[in-house]
Design a protein around this ligand. Sequence first.
Ligand SMILES: [Mg+2]
Length: 305
Amino acid sequence: MPNLRSGWVCRTMPQLNHQPEFDTMAEKIAARKRYIFASDFDHTLSFNDSGYVLSELLGIPTSEYERKATGMAKLNLVQQGGELAYLLLHDPEFRSRVRREHLYEAGKRVRLKPNIDLLYRFLSEDLEGYRFDFYVISAGPVEVLRSALEGIIPPEHIYGTEFEYNDAGEIERILQVTAGYGKVAVIDQLLETLKTGPDRIVYAGDGSSDIHVMLHVNRRDGFTIAVSQNKYLAPIAKRSVIGDSALAILVPILEEVMGWDSVKIRESFEAKGLLIQQWDKVQTDTLTIVPIVAPEEEASAALAE
Ligand SMILES: [Mg+2]
């Protein structure tokens, strides 16, 4: 029997040893490396939580919102981050008070991190050979998000929890919850629509609602950034960054995706009139060490109780 393998011919394409030439600007743009940059909203692009802002606006004490939301999180009743959506639909106090216009107003009261506009512009226009389509994916109501980011990020680039309303502006039902695994569904939808590979995703988030999506992005060779020291999230994310400016998120992207060094990063910030005043690279191992208790000591301690 002939050895089929020996008959294989391996053909390779001649390697280009020069930069291809582009005739038009359109061709140049098409040849850029296209990535999706997707970001959480609460505490990643803002300082406060939409749920607290909305509770205050509705005249419900924030302590009451916190009690209900943390109680639900402990029960794992809904996807992590979906607590506000559940309360707006099912909690009599929230449901009876909230109207669609409150969600818009709450968005205007959210305290945004500075320089989100610069982050958007930097990623979508300015990077040598790279282009990032900037999307926001949050468990918060989409009206809150679009209102908070009005004039900064186009509304069609913002995905949040969607409700259906009646003529009086009251919430009738939930159409989509973009919390927990709901964020994975949005990422997959974006990949399909934009015809981009899963290794071309960068995701930034800060909390438990981002765990599913970060595991999903990492597994398919994407890049993940934790914008907090959340004990569940920081070990999953490929990089962590803490900073009061939204531009802090840009630093690990420039380093890890684009391969820029710190000198080039500082220079590019300075060209935009910004100074990186403090840049501490810290790797922190958190340990709790306790003495080993011998079985007999453990037994006598139990008897003494
Ligand atoms: Mg968050």
